[in-house]
Design a binder for this molecule. Sequence first.
Ligand SMILES: *Cc1c(COP(=O)(O)O)cnc(C)c1O
Length: 405
Amino acid sequence: MLEAAETPVGAAPWECPNILQMQCDRAWVEIDLKALADNVQQIKRLLSPQTALMAVVKADAYGHGACIVAKTVLGAGASWLGVATVPEGIELREAGIEAPVLILGAVNTPNQIRAIAHWKLQPTLCTPQQALIFAETLGKQEQKLPVHLKLDTGMSRLGTPWQNAAEFVQLVHSLPNLQIASIYSHLATADDPDPSCMRQQQERFQEAIRFLLSLDTGYSTSVYAKGMNSPRLHFANSAATLTDPALHYDMVRVGLALYGLYPAAHLKPAIDLKPALQVKARVTQVKTIAAGSGVSYGYKFIASQDMRLAVVGIGYADGIPRNLSNKMKVLIRGQMVPQVGAITMDQLMLDVSGIPDVQTGEVVTVLGQDGDMEIRADDWAAALGTISWEILCGFKHRLPRVAIG
Ligand SMILES: *Cc1c(COP(=O)(O)O)cnc(C)c1O
């Protein structure tokens, strides 16, 4: 991660001290740390003081860079981190991050289990069999390993069916080297304006908890106890966090909203978020082409009149979806500029007839804000029939991440 001041604006390659700076001559991703911190504060205003905020930083923090995001959001008031895999957790620990880290994915192999214990990560247990593998692999331990039990209340992905929660909890409770740190579930339709499926999942979660409260597991009576250093129940992703405090329980697991995007349009009034990620690239050549000229592979665009054309050094190998060819716009000098022809692996072309004096080396905002104009990941997602989560995760490591703010 480079500091913004080190970005070699206009620097010739031979003046660049390293490869990373040379990459920034072409195209890069800017991460606004202030926007991240502000988003954390906005989210925290929705939470009661007893509710912890877990920042979900899986998949390299949705493409933003896991370590820099983790440090920023922990500094701004998040207290837990969520990742998908053990290596993602280790990356945070190797960067010196000591906050509790929950592995949201399933872990079944002894090597990974030993790594979890070694790096003081906290696993999700999804089935009784998995709990037994953990207990056997860990053997005699001085300290119990904190584990988080996942219930399937309707997502039909990871977790024990909610009807079997009691047996599951009792089994894990009986294993001497494991300690239940939390029980949680995940919502399938929290971003749907129609809340009925989400409410059904909530009722199932409540039903499982009510039953657990009536059991003698040691866990039960303290479920709602205050002053516990471990969150006991959690359920909400970004959409549920923005929807209803009754879904917050002891902790919320927030990903997308942290990065400044709304899980659904109807949730915009809930909170004021700012996208933390922008994608920028430079113009590498400008020329005029004659009316009738075909542009790029397959001539998917033919100039209907003489056209001022700019070539930009970013393409699908950087994560610009090729299916946006002839559909996307970018920003130059605060103006919308249409992209033309097929997007290629490393480059794309723009119709800059509206700004004919565009220069080689000028910065193009591919995603983000320039003046009053903004191009959002949601715009791309709508054009492609996908979701903004996928857009954010799509930017490749060839684009260096540059921290600003
Ligand atoms: C990814 C994930 C989240 C975060 O979801 P967002 O919609 O990005 O807030 C929360 N919980 C679990 C289990 C997840 O896998």
